[in-house]
Design a protein around this ligand. Structure first.
Ligand code: ADP
Ligand code: MG
Length: 316
């Protein structure tokens, strides 16, 4: 499954928190600086000879756009979530293009970096639409939440921290713009695609239509990796390993593991839905579908993880 040139094709998925604090409180300069830091290990991977496709989270960034929507609703009509997703693909994509091109030039490994606005196909009858569960945006007091519930949004109370909007997080069925990503990759670009899991669309009689949902970026990443014939999937986050018994005295960091072991641990509840769960599911699916190696790793260790020497490594 290697690329046409025989080189490694590596998909790197970066957590959204690499770019902003979880509450979105970061100035543009601070976000650009965070992206700059995140691109250093990516540049090293490219300079070492890998053909790289990057995907990124966008939770804090979309959270900020939702607040702007809410505060300006009386003046500028609010835009739907798929628009917000596309907007963050462009802004985060641009920051990555600038930072990664600079980092590559500094390593004498200059090449173009391009970001592709990417749509992800989902099923209009996905159970997520009937029972939205993915929290988006910040916490608000009940009175604010009620205002938005009155215009059709679903909000839920999260204990003492307040209320948050919840939306569907449907299964990604297809990365519709994977072909564009592949063409750029074949032409020697580093490609940014499927940011934030891709802008979710459904197919109806007339064609494609955006929907109010958020696709999990790690599940989208493993599908994109498969469609691009990637040899390796690296999920970069803020912990060194997936851990069995996380936060308990029996905590056990997983180093080398298998599809079967991860499946058993996931079934026993070791990986929560909103965070480590989808990462474990993504590496499992990638290797089960024929990918050579997948790892969950701290962002600064992606190169070693790509060699199987850091992080939680799953091999066929
Ligand atoms: P990202 O923004 O990179 O997608 P997430 O916050 O969604 O990151 O997921 C990473 C977080 O998952 C870690 O910071 C850690 O606190 C949490 N976590 C939950 N369960 C586990 C586990 N079993 N092993 C390791 N980390 C876990
Ligand atoms: Mg996450």
């Amino acid at each position: 499954m290697s690329g046409d040139d025989g080189g490694e094709r590596v998909l790197v998925a970066l957590g959204g928190n690499a770019m902003t604090a979880p509450d979105g409180s970061a100035t543009p300069a601070a976000q650009a600086a965070a992206v700059e830091g995140a691109m250093r290990p990516v540049a090293a991977l490219v300079a070492a000879g890998a053909r790289v496709v990057l995907t990124h989270g966008n939770g804090p960034q979309v959270g900020n756009l939702l607040i702007k929507n809410q505060l300006a609703a009386a003046v500028v009509p609010p835009v739907p979530l798929d628009w917000c997703g596309a907007q963050t693909q462009a802004t985060v994509g641009m920051l990555i293009m600038n930072a990664l091109e600079r980092a590559l030039a500094a390593l004498d490994a200059a090449r173009p970096v391009s970001a592709v606005v990417t749509r992800t196909l989902v099923d209009a009858s996905d159970p997520g639409f009937a029972d939205p569960a993915k929290p988006v945006g910040r916490y608000f007091p009940e009175a604010e939440a009620r205002r938005f519930m009155a215009v059709g949004q679903v909000w839920r109370r999260f204990g003492a921290r307040g209320w948050r909007r919840v939306v569907a997080s449907p299964e990604p069925l297809e990365i519709l713009d994977a072909g564009a990503a592949r063409a750029l990759l074949d032409a020697g670009h580093v490609v940014v695609a499927a940011g934030g899991g891709g802008a979710p669309v459904v197919r109806d009689g007339a064609g494609l239509r955006g929907v109010e949902a958020v696709v999990d970026k790690d599940l989208a990443a493993q599908l994109l990796a498969r469609r691009l014939g990637a040899t390796t999937l690296l999920i970069a986050t803020d912990v060194e390993h997936a851990v069995a018994g996380y936060g308990t005295p029996e905590a056990r960091p997983l180093r080398r593991t298998t599809v079967a072991e991860l499946g058993a641990l996931a079934a026993a509840g070791h990986f929560p839905g909103g965070s480590m769960g989808p990462k474990v599911e993504a590496v499992r699916r990638f290797v089960a579908a024929g990918g050579r190696r997948a790892a969950i790793t701290r962002a600064d260790e992606i190169e070693a993880a790509g060699r199987g020497e850091a992080g939680t490594v799953v091999e066929a």
